[in-house]
Write a protein that binds this ligand. Structure first.
Ligand code: SF4
Length: 400
């Protein structure tokens, strides 16, 4: 992997080159790039960690691109790139394909795709579809290889099998991807991690992990096993988001960090985690996250205590996606975890349109529970979520 941080002169040159392709005058783009880089501190780099045993060293901060990207000139991607965040996490489905196309344009503006690490994912249901989708990813991204190709949103350990591993091996041999693995939003994460260790052939796993998961002994042991097996671990959903008014129950106080920065620091404090993928939908958030990544200061005991209190006080709003507990308990095709995840997209990220689109894919009879099923599901929920009222809210908010 080549060093991907441009120095200031290189950046100005490549920004100017990109001007020709997107229609700005040479002078205008130089002024714009000059202004954008004036305050950038190039002396500090984003720390890197090895990605499992892949041999790759990656920055501890990555950008997740399911957020809307500017198709012509995405100033957040440019800001992050200047600061050494050159790892982009996308998927065939993000923005219904627009994410990958925006990244292709961005790559041409910074001087070439080889300056980026690109992870993409396929949600194909079949193994053949998974193999075919990589060609669509490569076409959208205008490249001939991915750095990491993931089977998207795996939540059943049975899906981690020899057939999948063989397809991954084949794709790596073909040169279409350097590394291979899967992502998971939920299900039995411990089982997924343990199966990956047992079966071998998984280079990296992208999974939900945040300050709310500390203290989960089984998860911690599974992370140890993955680390021992050399599997790269990348965390997502690191904000552990709940609605803003619920989170306001705690007035986070710190001399050094915002609450968002503290949440990131808490994940980086776990050295089994190689990197985190975070959505950054404003330059303000991007700058905050960059500053947190570069800071060598660690959380104080008091700051950790506040995060623990926040986790406890807001647990009932934070679905962990452990669908194997509540959904298997009611023994039906209920989609509790998905419904609550889409509600979170609406409540926490303001992504109401996407939340509605996904929610509409859930069959009507999988959106609610009977009284008896509700009692059973709630009795096994480790978060103490009022599943009945949350499902009703999802129905009311997202079904229109
Ligand atoms: S509702 Fe509770 S048991 Fe069900 S997935 Fe969410 S956190 Fe897990």
């Amino acid at each position: 992997m080549k060093e991907c941080n441009l120095d200031r002169r290189q950046f100005l040159k490549s920004a100017a080159l990109s001007a020709a392709t997107i229609g700005f005058s040479q002078q205008a783009i130089l002024e714009r790039a000059e202004a954008a880089t004036r305050k950038t501190d190039y002396s500090q780099k984003i720390p890197h960690r090895p990605l499992g045993r892949t041999g790759a060293s990656i920055p501890i901060l990555q950008i997740g691109t399911s957020q809307a990207l500017d198709q012509e000139y995405d100033k957040i991607l440019h800001l992050l790139f200047r600061e050494g965040v050159y790892y982009l996490d996308t998927a065939l489905s993000y923005g219904w394909g627009s994410s990958q196309k925006a990244i292709a344009n961005f790559a041409s503006q910074i001087g070439g795709r080889h300056k980026l690490w690109i992870t993409s994912k396929s949600s194909a249901w079949s193994l053949d579809g998974f193999a075919e989708d990589i060609d669509k990813c490569l076409a959208d991204l205008q490249t001939d290889y991915l750095d990491l190709y993931l089977s998207h949103s795996v939540n059943n350990a049975d899906a981690i099998n020899r057939d999948l591993i063989q397809i991954g091996e084949k794709l790596k041999k073909s040169g279409k991807t350097r590394f291979f693995g899967f992502s998971s939003h939920g299900g039995n994460v411990v089982a997924l991690l343990n199966k990956s260790v047992k079966i071998g052939g998984i280079d990296a796993i992208l999974f939900s992990y945040n300050f709310r998961r500390y203290g989960d002994r089984e998860l911690s042991l599974a992370l140890d096993r993955c680390k021992e097996a050399g599997i790269g671990l990348i965390a997502m959903k690191t904000m552990g988001s709940v609605p803003a008014d619920a989170e306001a129950v705690l007035d986070f106080k710190s001399q050094s960090f915002t609450l968002g920065q503290a949440k990131l620091k808490s994940v980086w404090a776990d050295d089994r985690i190689d990197s985190v993928v975070v959505e950054m939908d404003s330059t303000k958030v991007a700058r905050e996250n960059i500053a947190a990544a570069k800071s060598e200061e660690q959380l104080t005991a008091n700051e950790i205590h506040q995060l623990n209190r926040l986790a406890a006080m807001t647990a009932q709003y934070s679905c962990q996606g452990c669908s194997h507990l509540c959904e298997e308990a009611v023994n039906k095709s209920a989609k509790i975890a998905d419904s609550l995840r889409y509600l979170m997209y609406h409540e926490c990220y303001g992504k109401t349109d996407i939340a509605k689109e996904f929610y509409h894919l859930i069959p009507m009879n999988s959106r609610s529970l009977t009284e008896q099923e509700t009692i059973i599901a709630q009795s096994v929920c480790p978060q103490g979520i009022d599943i009945k009222s949350r499902l009703e809210l999802a129905q009311k908010t997202l079904s229109s």
